[in-house]
Design a protein around this ligand. Structure first.
Ligand code: SF4
Length: 406
C-alpha cells in the first residue's frame, strides 16, 4: 500500500469563480460536486470522475468500497455530518468519543474520519501506531480552531510570563477543538484538554494547581463554564489575539491581575448565531417550549436556555423528553434535523430559522468519501493525517490528564 498526499487544487472548469455565496447554500441535500459553490473555488481537488456523480451513485460506490474493505476500515461520523455520510458511519458521536472508538478498534488499519481536521489529529494521537487516519477532504478545518494559531498562543504565553514574572501559576487549558500542537503545548506546560461535557471538572482540576487558567480557543465555553463555577464575569477577561504582540491582548495589568480565567477571543461561527431574540420568538410561538443549547453559544443565550450541554447531552435531553414535547435546539442543523427525525413524537426544531450547516463539516461531501475509500481499495492512502511524534507525545499527555479525571 502506498501513501499519497493531497493533490494540488485545480480549478473546476464547470464554474468560474463568481459571486460570493455561502458554500452551504444547497441546503442539506447532496448534489453533485459540480453544483457545489465551494468546489469551484476553494475545495481540495479530486479526480474528475467524481465531479458529476449524484447522491445515489456515490452511495452505491461507497457501499461497495466499504464492503470490500470490511474490518480493515472504521468509518467515523461526527454528529454534524450530513445524512449521506452518517449512513456509512460505524460510529457517530462527538470528536473525543469517536477518537476513543477508533483507538478501541486496533483490528482496523484505516480510520476514515468524517469530521474536521482537529478531530482526525485527535484520532491519530490516540490510535495505535499501525493505524492510519484519513480525512476525506483536507479543506475540512474548523474556523474556531483556526482562530488559535499556535504562534499567536505561544506569543501570548510569553507576554503573560513577562507580565506576571512567571507562568507557574497559570494552567493552560485547550478545548478539544484545537490544533494538535496546542494540545501538545498544554501537555508540555502542565495543562490539559477539555471537552464540552467535562469542562467544569477540568477547570476544577486546573484551579487545584494554579491561580489562573488560560483557556483557548472558545471564549464562550470558557466563560459559560467559569460562570457555572461561580466565577464573576469581571474575573474572566478576553485576550484579543488580533492585536499585535506587546499589547497584552488588549488588557491592562490590573485587569490581568484580577483575572481568574484569561479567555482567548475565539468562537464557533455556527453557535455564535444563536440569540436571545430567537429564544423569545420560540417562546412566543410555543409557550411550553423547552430550549436546549450548546455551551459554545453566547453567555446570555446559555443563561436564558432551559438546559445546555454537549451534543451527547442534547441528544439525550431530546430522547428523554416526554412525548408531545416541543424543543428548540441551539446547535448545528444536521444534528437538529436528525433528532427531529428520530423523535417523531416530539416537535424538535432549530432556534436559528436559517438552514446554515457548519460550512467546514459540510466539505466532507460523499464524493470525497467515495474517493478516499476507493483509493484504499486500490491500495493508496490519500489524505493521511499524521501528527509529528514529539507533538503526539505531549498532546497525549494533556489528553491523558483529562482522561484521568473521574
Ligand atoms: S460547528 Fe463550530 S466548532 Fe464545530 S467544526 Fe464547525 S466551526 Fe468548528
Amino acid at each position: 500500500m502506498t501513501t499519497s498526499t493531497a493533490k494540488q487544487p485545480k480549478p473546476n472548469p464547470y464554474y468560474p469563480i463568481g459571486q460570493l455565496q455561502c458554500e452551504t447554500d444547497t441546503g442539506l441535500l447532496t448534489v453533485p460536486l459540480t453544483q457545489e459553490v465551494a468546489f469551484r473555488s476553494w475545495q481540495q481537488a479530486i479526480p474528475e470522475e467524481y465531479w458529476g456523480l449524484d447522491a445515489d451513485e456515490l452511495t452505491r460506490r461507497i457501499r461497495t468500497a466499504r464492503a470490500t474493505l470490511a474490518e480493515n476500515v472504521v468509518v467515523l461520523g461526527h454528529h454534524y455530518q450530513r445524512e449521506d455520510i452518517i449512513q456509512f458511519a460505524d460510529e457517530r458521536g462527538d470528536s473525543f468519543a469517536l477518537a476513543q472508538y477508533a483507538a478501541s478498534h486496533p483490528e482496523s488499519r484505516y480510520i476514515v474520519f468524517c469530521g474536521v481536521h482537529f478531530m482526525a489529529e485527535a484520532a491519530d494521537i490516540l490510535c495505535a501506531p499501525h493505524q492510519q487516519v484519513v480525512l476525506p477532504n483536507m479543506e475540512a478545518g474548523c474556523s474556531m480552531a483556526d482562530m488559535a494559531a499556535p504562534p499567536d498562543v505561544y506569543s501570548a504565553w510569553r507576554e503573560l510570563e513577562d507580565s506576571f514574572g512567571s507562568t507557574d501559576d497559570i494552567i493552560p487549558v485547550t478545548y478539544m477543538n484545537s490544533a494538535a500542537s496546542l494540545k501538545a503545548f498544554c501537555g508540555k506546560y502542565g495543562g490539559v484538554v477539555c471537552t464540552s461535557s467535562n469542562a467544569t471538572k477540568v477547570l476544577e482540576w486546573a484551579f487545584e494547581r494554579g491561580k489562573r487558567v488560560f483557556f483557548f480557543p472558545d471564549q464562550h465555553l470558557g466563560r459559560n463554564t467559569g460562570a457555572k463555577m461561580g466565577i464573576p464575569l469581571d474575573e474572566m477577561v478576553l485576550w484579543n489575539w488580533r492585536l499585535p504582540a506587546g499589547n497584552l491582548g488588549g488588557r491592562d495589568g490590573d485587569e490581568l491581575a484580577r483575572a481568574r480565567i484569561i479567555l482567548w477571543q475565539g468562537h464557533c461561527s455556527v453557535h455564535q448565531r444563536f440569540s436571545l431574540t430567537q429564544i423569545e420568538q420560540a417562546r412566543e410561538r410555543y409557550p411550553d417550549v423547552k430550549i436546549v443549547v450548546h455551551p459554545e453559544c453566547r453567555h446570555e443565550v446559555v443563561q436564558e436556555a432551559d438546559a445546555n450541554g454537549s451534543t451527547a447531552y442534547i441528544a439525550k435531553y431530546v430522547a428523554e423528553a416526554p412525548a408531545g414535547s416541543v424543543i428548540g435546539v441551539g446547535t448545528e442543523i444536521n444534528l437538529v434535523s436528525r433528532l427531529a427525525k428520530e423523535n417523531p413524537d416530539k416537535t424538535v426544531f432549530c432556534l436559528d430559522p436559517v438552514v446554515c450547516p457548519c460550512s467546514t463539516m459540510y466539505r466532507v461531501h460523499p464524493a470525497y468519501l467515495a474517493w478516499v475509500m476507493e483509493s484504499l481499495v486500490a491500495g493508496t492512502v490519500v489524505n493521511r493525517i499524521q501528527v509529528p511524534a514529539e507533538e503526539k507525545a505531549h498532546a497525549r499527555l494533556a489528553l491523558e490528564r483529562m482522561l484521568a479525571l473521574k
